[in-house]
Ligand binder design. Structure first.
Ligand code: DON
Length: 591
């Protein structure tokens, strides 16, 4: 990648930047990039031995935190070359489509929240849509719900939004030429990059499930043999698709050769997505949800995400109590958090769906202080409420999504979460086009009236209909105070995303943690139904657990929850502090 010389001095004094000209904690990056033949514009100041530190990575000028070190470095290079946070986010997301195929994508969708240092914040919705021949009953076979159709078939593929969304955000906010943002991804796909340990393990794990799709096996293995760490993964078809996107913009994806290849794959395998569906796809500009919590402003994703509304609703409920006094991890605090979660997730299930199809959604009421006060009064401080069992819960969501946070020198901030739904989405690589297709249709409800104790739901707001977006939990979020940036955050994790983001905010605002501590701190999750609180291993002490059980809570230990990519703006030092989430791969890179 060759970028113009940086517009500003790169190196910062050691006081402001712990790790030299470019701050990075990943010791594997240089090796992986060298393996790829990717030319970074400057040497990377590596910081060996810092993994495990609870100090955030600090950088004076600009920073990207994503789940892949190469992709973060690509974003930082874009900013060193004069690009702003949106340029960097676009380039990082496109690089992730190559280097983090688990969730980075062209064939999925997501959300981008942008808060410029000056002017109004804006949200870009590039959620997938249901193809034109979709219907509420499309996941039924002979009148019976078929989970395979819903989650693991060509019918599970929604019309991808990522390319349109990134392009729309760039059109309205970007500064560098579009091809300059796509080119690093083209080169990473064409020339390859060294597979990391984590990616090697992940690809080996998914390979058996790719077996029905020869194009996937061909792209992500060596003739069926898993890649080993350090080997170079090249993706020629993907490079050609990316080159079309670089040259033609969204038309390189939604029309012409790429669209024809998608339609051919669909036609041959019982799918319903057509070239016309692709040509009709539009990303949407939306107004972010806004809330105020203890004087901090919270900006997040509005419906079709349920995330922003639920986070603001929970913060409004929790604002009634002094959490700093009751303390992190105490039974009193966790009890209140669970009860706030229970109520917000119940409302999410009752009310939320695509706003274009549900014009009467009471989002303003759900996020109002008055409604939160009402809900707070329904919480008994000494006793768990009961989630109504005759109701329903949401269908299971998949295990992978990815989030990236970016802040540039002007303190413009981007919070971007996007996904293929499950890890590697549908596992279907479009033959000849080299990108994985999502299985996001699984986020629609199962079918009309199909509401079962086993976890299916059949209510109307989120049934599949032509052109409709499926409800999401992705919650890219930005926090400010007195007009200044404070925190950029987000996470993967299906429905747990909302609670993960909530807790990152509480950890900073209420418990005074630095951003790395806020990300490290153990998390909990309650989602109304099932009526169970999951807590991370070692997250709650035995006496706290006993107190909570005494109040009637059911608690179950779980493995890691989420993978936050967060940046805190330390106003006093005018420095950016990035946090990596060691639950998964993560890379904060700054300069
Ligand atoms: O949009 C959603 O809420 C889900 N499809 C996201 C899936 C997810 O986060 C899985 N991740 N780890």
């Amino acid at each position: 990648m060759v970028l113009p010389p940086p517009a500003a001095p790169l190196a910062l004094g050691p006081r402001r930047c712990d790790h030299g000209p470019m701050s990075i904690r990943s010791t594997t990056l240089q090796r992986r990039v060298a393996g790829a033949g990717l030319v970074l514009a400057a040497g990377l100041g590596l910081a060996p031995g810092l993994t495990g530190s609870s100090r955030p990575i600090r950088a004076g000028r600009a920073m990207v935190v994503s789940q892949d070190a190469i992709a973060s470095a690509v974003g930082v290079e874009v900013m060193r070359g004069g690009g702003n946070a949106v340029d960097a986010a676009v380039a990082t997301a496109l690089a992730l489509a190559v280097t983090y195929p688990t969730a980075g994508n062209l064939g999925g969708g997501g959300f981008l929240v942008y808060r410029p240092a000056e002017g109004d914040p804006v949200a870009y919705d590039f959620r997938e849509t249901a193809p034109g021949r979709s219907s509420p009953t499309m996941f039924l076979r002979d009148g019976e719900y078929d989970p395979v159709l819903h989650h693991n078939s060509h019918l599970a593929v929604g019309v991808p939004g990522t390319v349109a969304g990134l392009h729309l955000a760039w059109t309205e906010q970007g500064t560098l030429p579009w091809p300059a943002l796509v080119d690093p991804a083209v080169r990473l796909a064409r020339e390859g990059f060294a597979v990391s340990d984590a990616l090697a393990r992940s690809l080996a794990g998914v390979l058996p499930r790719m077996a029905p799709y020869p194009a996937s096996v061909a792209q992500f293995s060596k003739d069926g043999e898993p890649y080993r760490a350090g080997e170079v993964l090249r993706q020629g078809d993907l490079a050609r698709t990316l080159a079309r996107i670089a040259e033609q913009g969204p038309d390189g994806f939604y029309r012409g050769e790429t669209a024809a290849l998608v339609e051919r794959e669909m036609r041959a395998n019982g799918g319903i997505m057509t070239r016309a569906d692709l040509a009709a796809y539009r990303a949407v500009r939306r107004t972010p949800i806004r809330g105020v919590y203890r004087g901090y402003e919270v900006l997040s994703m509005p419906p079709i995400s349920s995330g922003g509304a639920a986070i603001v609703q929970m913060l409004n409920i929790l604002e009634h109590d002094d959490l700093a006094a009751s303390g992190f991890g105490s039974a009193a605090t966790v009890h209140l958090m669970i009860e706030a979660m229970r109520r917000a997730y119940a409302d999410r299930a009752r009310y939320l769906g695509d706003p274009a199809f549900n014009p009467a959604m009471p989002v303003e009421r759900l996020t109002s202080k008055a409604y939160a006060a009402q809900l707070r009064r329904t919480i008994d401080d000494g006793r768990a409420s009961v989630s109504s069992p005759e109701s329903f819960e949401w269908p299971r969501e998949g295990g992978e999504t990815t989030h990236l946070s970016v802040v540039d020198g002007a303190r413009n901030a981007v919070s971007l979460t996007y996904t293929l739904e499950q890890g590697y989405g549908s596992k279907i690589t479009v033959p000849g086009a080299g990108f994985l297709l999502n299985n996001e249709m699984g986020d629609f409800n199962a079918g009309p009236g199909i509401t079962t104790g086993g976890g299916l739901i059949g209510t109307a707001p989120n049934l599949a209909e032509p052109g409709k977006r499926m409800l999401s939990s992705m919650s890219p979020t930005i926090v400010t105070r007195d007009g200044q940036l404070v925190l950029v955050t987000g996470s993967p994790g299906g429905r747990t995303i909302i609670n993960t983001v909530l807790q990152t905010i509480l950890n900073v605002v209420d418990f005074g943690m630095n951003v790395q501590e806020a990300v490290d701190a153990p998390r909990i999750h309650h989602q109304w139904l099932p009526d169970v609180t999951r807590y991370e291993r070692w997250g709650l002490s035995p006496d706290t657990l006993a107190l909570l059980r005494g109040r009637g809570h059911t608690l179950v230990e779980t493995r890691a929850q989420g993978a936050v990519s967060a940046i805190f703006y330390n106003m006093e030092d005018d420095v950016l502090e990035g946090a990596e989430d060691r639950r998964r791969t993560s890379a904060a890179v700054g300069f």
